[in-house]
Each structure stands twice: as C-alpha cells, then as structure tokens.
Design a protein. Structure first.
Length: 151
C-alpha cells in the first residue's frame, strides 16, 4: 500500500490523488505533511502537476488570473470531456458565463429560497449512513451535496 515517494525537502512527490487503495487516514497524514513541510509539492504523475496544500496559497492563486489559468482544464488527469462552465474558463469567457448563469442564480437571496430543499438533501444523505454510526464524509456527503444543490 504505497501512495508514492514523498520528499518534502525537494518538493518532489509521486503523490497520486487517484489511488483509491490508500486509506483515508494515510491520505490525511500525507496532506498534513505536505501542508507543514512543503505547501507546494510537485508530482510527476499524469504529466506533472503542482499540489497546493494551504488555503491561503489556494486563495492567492485564485485571485491571480494573470499568472494562473483554469482555461486549460482543472481535472488531473484530464477527463477528455468538454470544459465545465465557468470552472474551466478564464476571463473574458468566465466573466460572461458567470454573469449569465451564476450572478442571479447563486445570490444569497436566491440560495436562501432553496434552503429547505438543501436541508432536506443534506438530511437524506446523512440518513443513508447514520444507522451505521460511521461514514466516509468525502464520498458519502461532501462530494454529493454540492452536486445535488447545484444540479
């Protein structure tokens, strides 16, 4: 069960976020190690990519579209599917798509109107694992709820 070599000092990893054989506890340990010792790590997997592990760094990158792009795709590995609006578009297309699709649909007022439906969806997801007394919240809740709400 090897998730790959991690050399925090030289920013080099063979980190594979797609390796489903790595236990969640080991992944959390790897993420914590990267955040602490190497907040921007490089992986040679899938043609090479940088893994940014600290919130402040991600936020800074998201606020710097002149340096960083989403327009070439954000999925690693590339899915081969058409780009997702507005996630995989840069300005000016992103700005246009966001104005059309999101500015009116995702305002605080519009979202508040859907609060009962969102709560019902969250409760239904929780009910699906509550009797077990345990859950892997990422696939069983956190990945599903946004897709249900936005969809």
């Amino acid at each position: 069960m090897n998730a790959g070599r991690t050399n925090i000092g030289d920013r080099s990893t063979n980190f594979d976020h797609m390796n489903s054989t790595v236990p969640a506890s080991q992944l959390r340990q790897m993420y914590a190690s990267m955040r602490e010792g190497c907040p921007v790590a490089h992986s040679d997997r899938y043609g090479g990519y940088e893994y940014v592990s600290r919130y402040a760094d991600v936020k800074a990158i998201m606020a710097d579209p002149a340096t960083y792009t989403s327009g070439e795709g954000v999925f690693i590995p590339d899915t081969g599917l058409p780009r997702l609006p507005a996630l995989e578009f840069d300005a000016p297309e992103h700005t246009t798509i966001r104005a059309i699709m999101y500015n009116r649909l995702l305002t605080p007022r519009a979202v508040r109107a859907f609060e009962p439906t969102i709560s019902e969806s969250a409760n239904r997801l929780i009910d699906s694992f509550a009797d077990r007394g345990t859950a892997d919240l990422a696939p069983e809740f956190a990945e599903q709820l946004p897709a249900i709400v936005v969809g």
